[in-house]
Design a protein around this ligand. Structure first.
Ligand SMILES: Nc1ncnc2c1ncn2[C@@H]1O[C@H](COP(=O)(O)OP(=O)(O)OP(=O)(O)O)[C@@H](O)[C@H]1O
Ligand SMILES: [Mg+2]
Length: 271
């Protein structure tokens, strides 16, 4: 399928969805690891609604529970208390229905499979049946047309992350959970992928939750920034970023942008 067809189909899917129902609704979530004296309360009393189709970035000090929050949504760690609804389903149901995909910090590609075969992998592992995107069109969407046959070792770190993003999109997830996906990349590559992620987000209509340690990255990408405080992990602020899309990198030189990052820095210092 050509990219244009993919975009049209995604836009139709997005408009068919109820924009008023949150993509992810979290109420009073606690996550505690271990028991007894060694118990660690990673998250305490988290309540937040992630609007459908939004791009929410997450900031907070190391250990405040950002990864744990994404993992709880993805059914990778259990909630100790409270509720998580993913498009009205439990995380387990949402996982089985493939409503979300996860992108990790280090690309987790299989080294012996080509780029295109890595993108195809979720379709082979989870069985067919459900509608899916064409791997070729996805590699084109992430700017890797012509590199379909390359092995991961033949690609740069940034290219490998692009393949990971294409792989995450192949099941047509309604929600993309991204845990510091560009954290290991040099600044120029990261900037480029930031712009590309915004383009992909706008073209696919997917809800994105994106963890980062970079204040400028959080402000540049996010429609909202969820700031978490630590010990225990809790919501410090859910801040709308009132800057229009499409956003280009030079936005970061504007006074509005600098004001927003200064406010976020202040919030983080208080965490
Ligand atoms: N599987 C686990 N078992 C026990 N404790 C855990 C587990 N996973 C996370 N924790 C603890 O939960 C807390 C939150 O960890 P988490 O990895 O979610 O933080 P984070 O905000 O993602 O940090 P970073 O920014 O360094 O990635 C930490 O105290 C961590 O030690
Ligand atoms: Mg983490």
């Amino acid at each position: 399928m050509a990219v244009a067809a993919l975009e049209k189909e995604s836009a139709e899917m997005a408009s068919a969805a109820n924009p008023h129902k949150p993509a992810v609704s979290i109420k009073g979530l606690d996550v505690t690891f271990g028991g007894g004296e060694g118990a660690v309360t990673a998250l305490s009393g988290i309540s937040v609604d992630i609007p459908q189709g939004s791009l929410v970035t997450m900031l907070g000090p190391s250990g405040c529970g950002k990864s744990t929050l994404l993992r709880a949504i993805a059914d990778l760690v259990p909630a100790s208390a409270g509720e998580i609804a993913v498009l009205g389903r439990t995380p387990e149901q949402a996982r089985k229905e493939r409503n979300f995909s996860f992108v990790f910090q280090d690309s987790t590609l299989l080294p012996w499979r080509s780029a295109i075969d890595n993108v195809r992998l979720p379709l082979e592992v989870g069985g067919g049946g459900k509608a899916h995107a064409e791997p070729e069109a996805l590699l084109e969407l992430v700017g890797l047309k012509g590199r379909e046959k390359a092995l991961p070792a033949e690609l740069s770190g940034g290219m490998r992350q692009r393949v990971s993003i294409a792989r995450a999109l192949v099941t047509k997830p309604k929600i993309l959970l991204m845990d510091e996906p560009f954290g290991a990349l040099d600044e120029i590559t990261r900037d480029k992928l930031n712009e590309e992620l915004l383009r992909i987000w706008q073209e696919t209509g997917t809800t994105v939750m994106f963890v980062t340690h970079s204040i400028p990255e959080a402000a540049f990408l996010g429609q909202y920034v969820l700031v978490l405080a630590s010990h225990p992990g809790r919501v410090k602020e859910f801040m709308p970023i009132d800057l229009p899309y499409p956003r280009k990198l030079k936005l970061r030189d504007t006074i509005e942008f600098v004001r927003i990052t200064a406010h976020l820095r202040q919030l983080l210092e208080e965490c």
